[in-house]
Every structure is written in C-alpha cells, then in structure tokens.
Design a protein around this ligand. Sequence first.
Ligand SMILES: [Zn+2]
Length: 70
Amino acid sequence: METWRRDALEITTFFVDAKINNHMVKKVGKLNICGACGFKYKTKELASKCEAWCTKNKSCNLEITKHAIN
Ligand SMILES: [Zn+2]
C-alpha cells in the first residue's frame, strides 16, 4: 500500500496553499480552532492547515489531526 506516500506528498504541496487561505480559523484563548471540523490546535498554522484541508477535501487528514488537542 502506498497511500501514505501519496498523502504525504499532497500534504506537502497543500501546506503551501494553507498559508494563503487561513481566514476561518477561530482563536479561543491559547487555542486555534479549525473552522471546518472544530479540532483545536496550539498554533494557528496547524489550524489553518487543518481547515484548508477540511474545506478542500471534506474530510480530516490524520497527519494534521494527530496534532490536535482534546
Ligand atoms: Zn479541520
């Protein structure tokens, strides 16, 4: 199975896009919340990546959500 390889490549290229489209991330206290799925992150960058991915793919990416805070 090479699915993870393809995903990793997509994430790499996707992160570049994410820096441009970070307008829905909500800041609550010290946490940054993905406006699409609601996962919480310590950094705005991670929340932006999650949000961009969620918005574009209509699903969450494990490589991103593993950084989420409960
Ligand atoms: Zn998300």
